[in-house]
Design a binder for this molecule. Sequence first.
Ligand SMILES: Cc1ncc(COP(=O)(O)O)c(C=O)c1O
Length: 444
Amino acid sequence: MAASPNNAELDRTACAVADAAHAAQASATADDIVCAANIAENPYKRDFPLLANHPDLVFLDSAATAQRPKVVLDAQRRFYEEMNANALRGLYRLSVEATEAIEIARQRVARFIGAPDAHDIVLTRNASESLNIVAKAFAPTVLEPGDEVCITIMEHHSNLIPWQQACRAAGAKLVYLYPDENGVITPEEMDAKIGPKTKILSVVHVSNVLGVQNPVEELGRRVHAQGGYLVVDGAQSTPHIHVDVQKLGADFFAFSAHKLFGPFGMGVLWGRDELLNAMPPFLTGGEMIDSVTEQDATWAPVPEKFEAGTQDAAGIYATAAAIAYVESVGIDVIAARERALVRYCMEEMAKLPFITIIGSPDPDMHHGVISFNVNGIHPHDVASILDMDQVAIRAGHHCAQPLLTWLGVENLACCRASLAFYNDKKDVDALIAGLGNVWRTFNG
Ligand SMILES: Cc1ncc(COP(=O)(O)O)c(C=O)c1O
């Protein structure tokens, strides 16, 4: 210990770096945005050790999990090397510092999503767990037989199966909003589906298959007018667009760190203070109690009430580093670059007559995600042949079977190229060349 750096000082430095990053984000200039949109240049790949170590890899699966920048890997390692102790449990210096690191991270997360109070940030394992907390702990407190829960047909299974179960348990009905041919939930569809029986509306902010951004604010206004609640799955929006939970009008907002350039095993649930306070815990055990007797227990205040067991303090610390990194690049810069990448990719795909795009033909309607099929060729074959060219895409149902069924997608599977700001024109060119190879392999 004696030779180790002063941890409190290191933490102050980390905060200063994050604050500087935050200020940088606020001051992203028009020039920064123009530079970022120049996809022929790539100043970002070098920040990501995996991409730097594999210069020939074309990684187009960031919607499944993103790559991590060195600052995130360093933060995780630094936690174990300089700060490792079980947070909350100890009164000695290291443990207190680990606890402080968690609380600092909670504040960074809160600021990143515009949450008014860091105490309403519940640190979970992933978006799935966050959504399960809402469906299993909150929903039973408001759902009654005959009520309706409304979701969209484009939900990831993580924001669908928990609602099937919640409805079954409460005797409520699960109602679906269906988009038009461009992936848009229209006002007419909202009129038809959101009514006095709608107690909860749970919606994906950005679809992991269609890439479309849903009209969350409008959906929120409508469900609130009926006295209901709005839950937002932000797993695919937080890496791509600016999020402000208050402007969205959300009552709950969930996301995962691993899609946001952070570590695996870290998720976030933000909820409105009075709702989190009123609902019971989801998991029980250590650290989430106030007092325990032989037959009973009372709960710790929010957020600890929802954080049973030992927290992944290193992961939480690294999540704060991921957010600081994203802020240092600037979410506006990220969004501009991804728009340019998606536009270029879809324009090039449009030149391939054997490609069918799933979702809107308008590139601006795709936030980093382009789903498609190569006519007559199974998506698994497409992905395997692309892999031979070191092009990594996803093929399958993307945890959205009801959507693919409703769309009538053959084999209940499609290909998905998902782009992040660390991609560039060369990556897109490799995908397009690879798709040509796929077609020639099967069609001579
Ligand atoms: C839209 C959406 N929601 C939820 C999830 C679940 O995220 P996780 O597996 O990190 O819990 C995903 C993961 O792909 C997703 O794309």
